[in-house]
Design a protein around this ligand. Structure first.
Ligand code: URA
Length: 208
């Protein structure tokens, strides 16, 4: 993966290198690597699980149904997505074919670990003050170990280099909730988590 002793640190080069990643078998069936996207020094980094069907085809993170849910929640939380760096813990779409549909499969620990250097290098390049891990896979990658969402949600966590992190649910979780009442309540909690991220970013900016 890292072909030179002088591993690239700029996002443009990282993106090109990641396009040829063979660190796990997921590249074989996916259309392309879906690298992160956003301003190169965004103060906020959002981390999801892995690209879905739409993202795999478009080559961009969070452009499908989960992305629409995320956009709506960001908007309600007063966060401009254009100012956020959005990425995934795993950068290839993992699926099983079911007729005409490609059914999403959760990445396993080996795949999360294999992809983690890309996340780490993205974070080293962007240097966000705050990282929001959305869902269990993202949390596992961001903290380098299994980090339960419910236990850690709602308060700031420290990353080893001094940056801060929050964990919340994945927007796809909201899409899967069966009844409207639970969905509305959980959506509001998700918006509240994003609002907390916004408040924390403003505090960090004021202290700088
Ligand atoms: N789900 C994710 O975790 N990431 C995407 O980019 C799309 C759906």
């Amino acid at each position: 993966m890292m072909s030179s002793l002088f591993a690239a640190t700029d996002l443009k080069t990282l993106r090109v290198e990641a396009a040829d990643c063979r660190a796990c078998p997921l590249w074989e069936n996916a259309t392309q690597t879906v690298f992160g996207e956003g301003p190169s020094h965004a103060p906020l980094m959002l981390v999801g699980e892995q690209p879905g069907d739409k993202e795999d085809l478009a080559g961009k993170p969070f452009v499908g149904p989960a992305g629409q849910m995320l956009d709506r929640a960001l908007d309600e939380a007063g966060i401009d997505r254009k100012k956020v760096y959005v990425t995934n813990a795993v950068k290839h779409f993992k699926f099983v074919p079911r007729g005409k549909i490609r059914l999403h499969q959760k990445p396993n620990t080996a795949e999360i670990k294999a992809c983690r250097p890309w996340y780490e290098r993205e974070r080293a390049a962007v240097k966000p003050a705050l990282v929001v891990a959305m869902g269990a896979t993202a949390a596992q990658s961001v903290f380098g170990k299994i980090t339960p969402i419910n236990k850690n949600r709602g308060h700031l966590l420290a990353l080893d280099d001094g940056a801060q992190a929050l964990v919340t649910v994945h927007p796809s979780y909201l899409l899967r909730l069966p009844d409207q009442e639970t969905r509305a309540r959980e959506y509001q909690r998700f918006v509240d988590d994003l609002k907390m991220a916004g408040t924390q970013l403003r505090k960090i900016a004021r202290a700088a």
